[in-house]
Design a protein around this ligand. Structure first.
Ligand code: K1U
Ligand code: ZN
Length: 173
C-alpha cells in the first residue's frame, strides 16, 4: 500500500468524467488500497480516483468519525444513484482537493446506490446522514463536479483564486 498525492483544484483532471471499470483487476485492488490509505492519512471521510489522477469510476469512503469506533471502509466501483429522497439536507462540506475551504451544500438527504464491489459482485445500499452526503460528493467527483460548483459564481471564483495562490506557494516550497 502507498500514499498517492492528492490533486489540488484547479486541475483539468478534476473536471473530467471518469471511465467505467470493465473488470476488477489487481490494478483496481491496488488503487482501492492506496486510496483508503491516502484518505485515512489526509485525513478525510471519502476520496474519488480522479483526485489521485486516475480516471476510473472508483471511490472509497468511511464516515465513521469517532476514532474510538470500529472503522467501516467501503470501496464502490461504478457507483450509480438509483433513488433519491424528496427530503433535502444541508451540510457544510469540505474537499481534500480544495483544502481548508468549507461551504454549505444542499443535497438529497437519502440515496440508494448500487455498485460493483472488489468481490466482483453487485451491491446496493440505502445511505442517509453523512454517508448520503459523502457518497453524493464522491460520485460528483467521478462526473467532474466539485462542491464549489453548487456555490454562487463569486464565492466559487474567490475559492479558486485562493487555490491558485496555494498551488503557487506549494510549487515554490
Ligand atoms: O472527496 C473529498 O474531497 C473528501 C471529503 C469528503 C466530504 C467531506 C464533507 C462532506 C462531504 C464529503 C473530505 O473528507 S474533507 C475532510 C473531512 O470532511 C473530514 C476530515 C477529518 C475528519 C472528519 C471529516
Ligand atoms: Zn472532494
Amino acid at each position: 500500500m502507498s500514499l498517492r498525492p492528492i490533486l489540488i483544484h484547479p486541475d483539468p483532471r478534476l473536471k473530467k468524467v471518469a471511465t467505467p471499470v470493465a473488470e476488477v483487476t489487481d490494478d483496481i485492488r491496488r488503487l482501492a488500497d492506496d486510496m483508503l490509505e491516502t484518505m485515512y492519512d489526509a485525513p478525510g471521510i471519502g476520496l474519488a480516483a480522479p483526485q489521485v489522477g486516475v480516471m476510473d469510476r472508483v471511490l472509497v469512503m468511511d464516515c465513521v468519525k469517532d476514532p474510538e469506533a470500529t472503522p467501516d471502509p467501503m470501496v464502490l466501483i461504478n457507483p450509480e444513484i438509483v433513488e433519491v429522497s424528496e427530503a433535502m439536507n444541508v451540510y457544510e462540506e469540505g474537499c481534500l482537493s480544495i483544502p481548508e475551504q468549507y461551504a454549505e451544500v444542499e443535497r438529497p438527504a437519502e440515496v440508494s446506490v448500487k455498485w460493483l464491489g472488489l468481490d466482483g459482485k453487485t451491491h446496493s445500499e440505502h445511505f442517509d446522514g453523512l454517508w448520503a452526503t459523502c457518497v453524493q460528493h464522491e460520485i460528483d467527483h467521478l462526473n467532474g463536479k466539485l462542491f464549489i460548483d453548487y456555490l454562487k459564481p463569486l464565492k466559487r471564483q474567490m475559492i479558486t483564486r485562493k487555490m491558485v495562490k496555494l498551488k503557487r506557494e506549494l510549487a515554490r516550497a
